[in-house]
Design a protein around this ligand. Structure first.
Ligand code: LMR
Length: 333
């Protein structure tokens, strides 16, 4: 009898453990390097809210902002290893894992405006680029916007000559490296989380980023001048570990896909205002002087940076560059 009770209790326990296991939520870690109050930070929170709601809590989405889990270079490696499930790195950060094509978005002045960008990301080129991620163990789910980049330093940056000899922090993109070399500047790859301190201590003299990134990292407090060059763009690819994604029950994957679609619309919908507000806050702070270049200065910058296209065409692909140019040039709205 005693043996029977022990056996029944053990079976009950096993059943209880089994059902607890069945109910344990699937954990999805979403790591990123920017502040929560940025377009990407807010998009990630929106995805968490909607993803948990649509899956009825079957998926627990943990968002790690501000490089609290991984820095730039580590995060893509961690995703490939499955240590984190979701990221939204900028286009400029895929080169080190062997996908150079996303660097096409880094070419100076290749994107005249947001609609031009949208034509590329939402069309066949965007689809094709996302498919390149499969071979690297990740699935591309969406393109998220940040905004146009501005240049900053402790001296006014008006014309190409002003860049000569200055050290600029760059993301890990060979196109960005070529861009600063063409200007006679010295590019230095550095993780996003280290930029503020590097500017403050003079390890680098300047940087390029969007107002929302500059403001939330307080870069404007350690850069006396910010020039509104709008010479390039920072946008993201939301990527998920492919095995994790493929192994999800189909209904859950469907609900998360729906959540991602809505979070994408939300994040892309707020990115322009977020950047405009951040620029306004930078102005109000009085800590950085905002310079608006003249048409002649912008023309000089464009001309000086033109050789970058030829410099990187073998790396990024001439055909791809031409395709993107065809889609983007002349788009006005
Ligand atoms: C940067 O490193 O400057 C950006 O890619 C950061 C980000 O994710 O917006």
């Amino acid at each position: 009898m005693k043996r029977l009770i022990v056996a029944l209790a053990a079976a009950g326990l096993i059943a209880a453990v089994g059902s607890a296991q069945a109910q344990a939520p699937i954990v999805l870690k979403f790591s990123h390097v920017v502040a929560p109050n940025t377009p990407k930070g807010k998009g990630a929170e929106k995805f968490k809210e909607l993803g948990e709601k649509y899956t009825n809590g079957k998926v627990k989405i943990e968002v790690y902002a501000n490089s609290s889990l991984y820095k730039d270079k580590e995060e893509l490696e961690a995703l490939q290893l499955g240590a984190v499930q979701m990221l939204a790195p900028s286009n400029s950060k895929f080169g080190p894992i062997g996908i150079k094509e996303f660097e096409v978005f880094d070419l100076p002045y290749i994107l005249p405006n947001k609609p031009a960008l949208r034509k590329v990301t939402d069309g066949p080129i965007g689809d094709r680029l996302l498919k390149l991620l499969d071979a690297k163990g990740m699935t591309g789910l969406a393109y998220w916007d940040n905004g146009f980049k501005q240049m900053s330093a402790n001296k006014p940056l008006n014309v190409p000559d002003d860049y000569k000899g200055l050290k600029f922090r760059i993301q890990s993109s060979k196109v960005l490296e070529a861009q600063f070399r063409t200007l006679g500047a010295i590019p230095q790859v550095m993780a996003f989380s280290e930029v503020y301190q590097a500017l403050q201590t003079g390890v680098v003299d300047g940087q390029e980023n969007t107002p929302s990134n500059m403001y939330t990292q307080k870069m404007h407090e350690v850069q006396k001048f910010t020039t509104l060059t709008n010479h390039g763009y920072i946008g993201y690819v939301v990527v998920v570990n492919k095995k994790f994604w493929d192994d999800l029950p189909a209904d859950i994957r469907g609900q998360l896909t729906k959540a991602m679609k809505e979070a994408t619309a939300y994040s892309n919908g707020i990115s322009e205002t977020e950047n405009a507000e951040a620029l306004d806050d930078m102005k109000k702070s009085g800590k950085t002087q905002i310079i608006i270049p003249t048409a002649a200065q912008t023309a000089a910058m464009r001309k000086a940076m033109e050789p970058v296209y030829a410099d990187v065409s073998a790396r990024v692909g001439k055909k791809l560059i031409d395709e993107v140019l065809k889609e983007t040039q002349g788009v006005t709205h």
